[in-house]
Design a binder for this molecule. Structure first.
Ligand code: HEM
Length: 450
């Protein structure tokens, strides 16, 4: 239980992860600690994440994803690419606009229900604002309705599931029992959603169109036939569960960590609010400037020099100081040399776990010239590929086309709602259930004349 508690504290505390991984990068960028390898410089992090045959995922990640094989646990590169391509084919170019509209509607509704007509009001940013927006995307874009028809049940199950991916509690613990139950119930629920969608598609009750949910697009394709034999209802269930599991907790955690960081740094908050205002002015004029859907989706970030790109960079900067995930994990199946030819060249022993420091990589002065500054203005826009929040290389986050839109809109609207302060006491800091965020209570003071 101690190891689990430490892992959770490490994931949730910006200070602990930055201190440990940052110190390792300065002292020994490829190090062994308690039998695991830690890789902490930007160059070595990107090397590990690019060498997918030498640093594999199945053994490292499958225990956190017990509902069955999914993109993120597939090592065989042909199958991985094949699955990524078919997943991409279920996204369409109008999706960013549609996702943005869903989030916008949910966030405005949450703000209106808390607002006190110009007076300062209390907002649980995590539970009453970000989480409902993410749940709305899951229902209206991905096409999975809440468990038992109850948003609270769905939120709870997704929290346990996303936390389990990041850290697995010991089998005899209370949280593990609840997690196992939640995963079993969610698996049955998603299986039944898939079956019902396929039946509707077979009956001709579903018409193909851009307004179809991701599940409906999958069901229509299956019902039409002619797909390869591996494209089965079970594949759809496993991949849809995987998308929900990787989407839900990550977007809530990222949004909360961004706002938590901005609250901790007044200057960063001022700059980011200014960027939000510039984006809002463009949005009001109808210039939404959504990033286009890259082939294969999740292509490494490239910031556009419009108001959206600039605002996005502010969010990724805030996240650099308070990452959604401080490290990734890999398995090394055989002896391999890392950092070959460099001063830090080292053989990684086969059978080892390799911890890949995203946060230390994003504080590496070799890439971030003044790492401690929030947007080093002398550098201009930092190249998108320097940021490691979404991973790197062939496994670069598939869902960036969703995550970028959702977090931008969640944060933009709350910054535009007024001046944000932490609520007094413990509630004004992020409160977690294991590695999933549950609450962050803010006071929102609408700007005079706003
Ligand atoms: C701010 C939110 C998010 C963050 C910070 C994030 C981060 C990441 C990271 C770091 C990876 C690489 C994992 C690794 O290499 O071990 C990844 C992969 C992945 N993410 Fe995300 N993610 C986010 C949102 C999403 C969303 C919304 C979805 C689904 C729509 C999603 C789906 C995936 C999938 C399917 C993979 C596996 C890609 C592959 O193996 O090819 N993520 N994500």
């Amino acid at each position: 239980m101690f190891a689990y508690r430490f892992t959770v504290a490490f994931l949730n505390s910006p200070i602990l992860s930055r201190l440990i991984l940052g110190t390792l990068r300065r002292v020994r960028p490829i190090a062994i600690l308690l039998g695991d390898y830690y890789v902490t410089s930007h160059a070595h992090v990107t090397e590990v994440l690019s060498r997918t045959a030498d640093f594999t995922v199945h053994d490292a990640l499958q225990p956190g994803m017990p509902w069955g094989p999914f993109l993120l646990t597939t090592d065989w590169s042909e199958v991985h690419q094949r699955d990524r391509n078919i997943l991409r084919s279920f996204a369409c170019n109008t999706d960013p606009g549609r996702i943005d509209a869903i989030v916008h509607e949910s966030c405005v509704k949450s703000l209106q229900s808390e607002s006190l007509g110009g007076e300062a009001f209390r907002l649980d940013f995590a539970a009453e604002y970000a989480e409902p927006a993410v749940l709305a995307v899951i229902e209206r874009y991905f096409g999975v309705r809440p468990l038992n028809g109850r948003a609270e049940d769905m939120k709870q199950a997704l929290r346990l599931l996303s936390s389990h991916i990041m850290a697995q509690a010991p089998p005899d613990s209370d949280i593990r029992t609840r997690t196992d139950e939640a995963i079993a119930v969610l698996t049955l629920h998603i299986g039944s959603e898939v079956t019902q969608a396929i039946e509707r598609a077979r009956r001709g009750d579903l018409k193909p169109g851009p307004e179809n949910t991701v599940l409906e697009r999958m069901a229509l394709r299956f019902a039409a036939g002619g797909e390869p034999p591996w494209f089965t209802p079970d594949w759809i269930r496993r991949f849809l569960t995987g998308l929900l599991a990787t989407a839900a907790g990550t977007m809530v955690r990222a949004s909360v960590h961004i706002v938590d960081r901005l609250l901790a740094d007044g200057e960063a908050m001022t700059k980011t609010r200014r960027a939000a205002t510039a984006l809002s002015a463009d949005v009001d004029l109808g210039n939404r400037n959504f990033p286009s859907l890259a082939p294969g989706t999740g292509a490494q970030h490239a910031f556009e020099t419009n108001s959206r790109g600039i605002f996005e960079q502010h969010l990724l900067e805030a996240l650099r100081f308070r990452p959604m995930l401080p490290l990734l994990v890999r398995h090394c199946p055989r002896d391999v040399v890392l950092g070959e030819g460099s001063a830090f060249e080292r053989t990684i022993k086969g059978g080892s776990a390799v911890k890949v420091g995203l946060v230390s990589g994003m504080f590496d002065p070799a890439v971030f010239r003044v790492p401690g500054s929030f947007l080093d203005n002398s550098e201009g826009l930092r190249p998108g590929a320097s940021y490691l929040h979404f991973g790197f290389g062939p496994r670069y986050c598939f869902g960036t086309y969703v995550a970028r839109i959702v977090t931008c809109e969640i944060v933009r609207l709350v910054l535009q709602a007024g001046t944000l302060d932490r609520s007094v006491g413990r509630a004004g800091r992020p409160i977690y259930e294991a590695a999933a965020v549950r609450h962050l209570v803010l006071t929102v003071t609408p700007d005079a004349g706003g």
